[in-house]
Write a protein that binds this ligand. Structure first.
Ligand code: 13P
Length: 254
């Protein structure tokens, strides 16, 4: 399976700074890396058009993702950005159900599911995030919670419509804390999710990737990313530092 490294820039950088960071990253990557690893950047909505235009004009191999997408298609939903609007910009991916959206913006499993449907209907690859709180982990209740989140997110998805899906395990206690999950913990969860998904009719082995996110850094990337079970990483803080991000990408043994 081709590995994927996604940089989630969160609420950082204006569109000029985003352009600079994209170009710096592009100059720092060798052709063989870009051919063998999918590299995706998720800037704020205001930078999507600028970055995608550069990618298209200069035929870069780096891909662009949104950080979110509306659960609605069109109409009286002030402030929302729809999947078809993103599709029109050539955006190929969208992060969906990030824990920051679930907890800070009350995003329910039902909303996440609608967003996944809208993305797939518009040929946008959903990067579906899920993960447990520290409390659920400490009480050893994390697996049922995660399986429930995953099943809810893909409810009603039909195999014939799916080109690609990315499932991203992001334990809440590991996000922005420096407390990375152990490789064994990540493998345990991703194996359970993979087993669950493989029992579904929409599962296509070659099109689904299972990745990890939460305090990924150059220090811990080598072990995490060279495991057969972990198909890549969703990187927050370290993706804003080109040197660190490139080190993470280069820690994958080709
Ligand atoms: P950090 O890498 O900063 O922990 O963030 C992870 C994350 O939330 C990526 O989506």
């Amino acid at each position: 399976m081709k590995k994927i490294i996604i940089g989630n820039w969160k609420l950082n950088l204006d569109h000029l700074e985003a352009i600079q960071l994209l170009q710096k990253l592009n100059y720092s990557l060798e052709v063989d890396i870009e051919d063998n690893i999918d590299i995706v950047l998720a800037p704020s909505h205001t930078s999507l058009r600028s970055l995608q235009t550069i990618v298209d004009a200069d035929k870069l191999k780096i891909k662009i993702s949104s950080q979110d997408v509306s659960a609605y298609q069109s109409g009286a939903f002030t402030g929302e950005v729809s999947a078809s609007q993103l599709c029109k910009l050539n955006i190929g991916y969208s992060i969906i159900g990030h824990s920051e959206r679930r907890t800070l913006f009350n995003e329910s499993d039902e909303i996440v599911n609608l967003k996944v449907h809208n993305s797939i209907d518009n040929k946008i690859v959903p990067i579906i995030c899920f993960g447990e709180s520290e409390e659920l982990r400490n009480n050893n209740e994390y697996l049922p919670h995660i399986i429930n989140q995953v099943n809810s997110s893909v409810k009603g998805i039909r195999k014939d419509k799916v080109e690609e899906i990315i499932f991203a395990y992001e334990p809440i206690w590991a996000i922005g804390t420096g407390k990375v999950a152990s490789t064994e913990d990540a493998i345990e969860v991703l194996s359970a999710v993979k087993e669950e998904i493989s029992s579904k009719p929409y599962y296509d082995q070659d099109k689904i990737r299972f990745i990890y996110g939460g305090s990924v850094s150059p220090t811990n990337a080598t072990e995490l990313l060279n495991s057969k079970i972990i198909d890549g990483a969703l990187v927050g803080g370290a993706s804003l530092d080109t040197e660190k991000f490139v080190q993470i990408i280069k820690s994958i043994k080709l």
